[in-house]
Design a protein around this ligand. Structure first.
Ligand code: 3HC
Length: 333
């Protein structure tokens, strides 16, 4: 794809080579979109040779399917596959030396991620962006792990090292899902954020931004939703799943974790929901949402059902959603 828009995006992120650590379903998907869509050379590393082999076989399968369906040419598939270089377990993270950006996609364990980022920061150039695909772990904590021995968070070398760390949260399956959620650590520089955003766009993704809160916007919303569903199944504190989801959502906007549009976009593009929770709340009617939440709260005395103050105030203002012409969104009369 050589459209002017794509070329501009590639130029804007300045990533000539990307490294991916972990070749499980997320890492492999990231390597695939980087090689196929952003058209950059990819260094793919996994400490398990068996996992690397499995990942590459899956990539071949995806490319074959795209060729069979006429989505890409056989030449494109060959070039894409040619962009992927395997970095063996033996070579280790030293094999990432030439990468301008490394995206870590290993299992969701803080100690493992901290060890990888500590080692990486010592082995790659000081300008290499270090991104993590974590679903919930503090990016700020991971960034702190990159401060070199003998340096402090405020020393020039220490703060520079942490400033290139960013959260780049892809969704599963990566080749299909349109969203990348970008999370800024307290230390992340504007330049790191801009380059990470431009790279995600070059990979064919839309982006949202979230502050570094546990689970970010996506999992702060999705996991209570899933947990409540499980509780319904267990018949423990059975509740109205959608209402709980709307309560958490309005708390996120109330706390300024993300914008209205980014909150809704996260659920629409990250989880393929037909409409985001704030739009859904407008559709239900904010007074109805509040009344249901009050019933839940009064009936259970469980603080997780406490309606957000913002929702109460919006109902006070008679902003009731679609039916009144104004809610989280504005509607024509
Ligand atoms: N890898 C790559 N491509 C895949 C795939 C996979 N694992 N699974 C499906 N696809 C592709 C298919 O090949 C097909 O591609 P095509 O258009 O080129 O033919 C396309 O997706 C549609 O596949 P199907 O028609 O077989 O299947 P569906 O109609 O069920 O669609 C889906 C697949 C879009 C993935 C759909 O099942 C869906 O929307 N699932 C929900 C996914 C979701 O919400 N993910 C987010 C999870 S949360 C998360 O990742 C965050 C983390 O932090 C927890």
């Amino acid at each position: 794809d050589t459209t002017p828009k794509k070329c501009m995006a590639v130029a804007a992120h300045g990533i000539r080579t990307v490294g991916v650590i972990g070749s499980g379903q997320m890492g492999l998907g990231i390597a695939y979109v980087a090689a196929l869509r952003a058209r950059v050379p990819v260094l793919l590393h996994d400490r398990s040779e068996a996992q690397l082999k499995k990942g590459l076989a899956f990539m071949d399968k995806l490319l074959d399917k795209d060729v069979t369906k006429g989505k890409i040419s056989a030449e494109d598939a060959k070039e894409t596959r040619g962009r992927v270089t395997v970095i063996s377990a033996e070579k280790g993270l030293a094999g990432m030396r030439d990468a301008d950006m490394v995206i870590e996609a290993v299992s969701e364990k803080l100690s493992l991620k901290e060890a990888i980022f500590k080692e990486l920061s010592a082995k790659v150039s000081a300008d290499t962006i270090l991104a993590t695909n974590t679903s919930s772990i503090s990016i700020t904590k991971i960034a702190a792990a990159t401060i070199p021995e003998g340096q402090t968070a405020s020393s020039s070398e220490g703060s520079k090292s942490a400033s290139r760390v960013v959260g780049l949260h892809f969704f599963n399956p990566v080749p299909v899902m349109k969203l990348v959620e970008i999370i800024s650590a307290l230390q992340t520089s504007t330049d790191t954020l801009d380059r990470a955003r431009n790279f995600a766009v070059a990979c064919g993704k839309e982006v949202t931004t979230s502050q570094d809160v546990p689970g970010f916007v996506s999992n702060a919303l999705l996991m209570p939703f899933i947990n409540e569903a499980i509780m319904c199944l267990e018949k423990v504190g059975a509740s109205f799943v959608i209402q709980r989801y709307i309560i958490v959502t309005s708390c996120l906007i109330e706390q300024g974790v993300a914008t209205r549009d980014d909150i809704d976009k996260t659920l629409k593009l990250g989880m393929n929901h037909p409409m985001g929770p704030l739009q859904l709340a407008d559709f239900i009617g904010l007074d109805t949402c509040l009344a249901i939440q009050q019933t839940l709260y009064n009936g259970t005395s469980d603080s997780k059902y406490r309606p957000s103050v913002l929702l109460e105030r919006m109902v006070d203002a008679q902003w009731l959603g679609k039916k009144s012409g104004k809610g989280f969104y504005d509607y024509d009369a």
